[in-house]
Design a protein around this ligand. Structure first.
Ligand code: BYC
Length: 319
């Protein structure tokens, strides 16, 4: 739905039009006036999200050459390619706000823009492919389904397609782990060990606690975010506990217990000092992830140059 026609405010009063659009839960589109802070916040979040999708190809890509069967390899290859597509939808959404993709990529490889903390952990066993699908993509869905109702049109529309694909990713991860849990005792131990490593980092994906989240209040007021970090983290825990029971694994949290009064699971606090260290670049894989992205970007220079020359020649011929 477009915004301008639905708004009755005086055409000259652009800030009021913007406020009314947000208040009436309509979408802001790229051609609409928007406050500079709104535009900057969106570029920050969308770019960070796009970078996460692209960097997120690396941990799973690590297992492409060692997948245990042709079927598993084909599934994993399709999933990793999907992540590249998600990055492209998101960079395109950022471009509608005036942010160039080349510039955003430079910012990523110079360490001036962030990507999700989760991708700075290593994938040590093949079970990690399943655990990433189940918990990491599961957390991503929990976080991203509400973003389908984000106030900025291009971002919300990109999220609809991303979420559909993420749901498939989550199911393939859960199916992989289910298969391993029906296997040998070594395979079951491998799954449990993997879940133990990924549980806390998955909880950190939702960002710092609400009282330490500088951006949440304004982003909620603008309808960019629809829920706080803690609300979504709680939703994820509540959703994951019965799935873990069905799978036959446990989470490494002694404080995880059903609270009948709240109607939710209580759970322990992630190690926020570890989160801060990873976000600042000191996680196990930060340097390697960014270096690999830089090398891929540099190795692709000739492709971009060739594509630009081809497009220029096409334009020349049309004159
Ligand atoms: N990692 O005020 P806050 C995926 C930063 S893709 C790193 O709460 P906000 C997948 C935050 O940016 C997963 N940094 O911020 C892909 C801010 O720093 P700046 C990515 C984090 O934006 C491939 C500061 O901490 N998903 O799942 O209101 C394969 C304070 O935080 C993190 C998205 O990007 C973190 N975990 O809320 C498989 C979803 N958390 O920028 C799977 C869209 C926080 O002020 N993004 N920071 O310097 C969002 O929903 C929000 O940006 C967040 C953070 C909830 C992540």
């Amino acid at each position: 739905m477009t915004t301008s026609s639905a708004i009755s405010a005086d055409a000259g009063d652009l800030p009021s039009q913007f406020d009314e659009t947000i208040a009436s839960d309509q979408r802001i589109e790229p051609r609409d006036w928007m406050p500079e802070g709104y535009r900057k916040t969106l570029i920050r979040q969308i770019a960070q999200h796009a970078h996460s999708e692209i960097i997120g190809m690396q941990p799973e890509g690590n297992w492409l050459t060692r997948a245990p069967s042709l079927r598993r390899k084909a599934i994993l290859m399709a999933k990793v390619q999907d992540e590249a597509g998600h990055g492209l939808y998101l960079y395109s959404a950022a471009e509608t706000l005036g942010a160039g993709r080349a510039d955003l990529t430079e910012r990523l490889i110079e360490g001036r823009q962030k990507y999700s903390s989760i991708f700075n952990y290593p994938t040590l066993t093949y079970a990690d492919v399943g655990t990433i699908g189940w918990l990491v993509d599961g957390a991503a869905i929990c976080n991203q389904v509400p973003l389908c109702r984000s106030s900025f049109g291009p971002y919300a529309r990109a999220m609809i397609r991303v979420c559909k694909e993420e749901s498939f990713h989550q199911r393939q991860g859960y199916e992989l782990l289910t298969t391993m849990m029906r296997g040998t005792s070594e395979q079951r131990e491998m799954v449990q060990e993997s879940v133990n490593r990924w549980w806390w980092p998955a909880l950190m994906m939702f960002g710092p606690p609400d009282d330490k989240s500088p951006n949440t209040e304004q982003s909620m007021a603008w309808g960019i975010k629809r829920h706080t970090n803690d609300e979504l983290r709680q939703r994820f825990v509540d959703m994951s506990v019965p799935q873990a029971a069905a799978l036959g694994v446990t989470f490494p949290d002694p404080d995880l217990v059903w609270n009948a009064d709240r109607g939710h699971y209580d759970f322990g606090d992630p190690d926020w000092s570890e989160f801060m260290a990873v976000v600042k670049g000191n996680g196990a894989m930060n340097v390697e992830r960014v270096e690999r992205r830089r090398a891929a970007h540099e190795n692709g220079t000739w492709v971009r140059d060739a594509a630009a020359a081809f497009a220029a020649r096409g334009q020349e011929e049309q004159r």
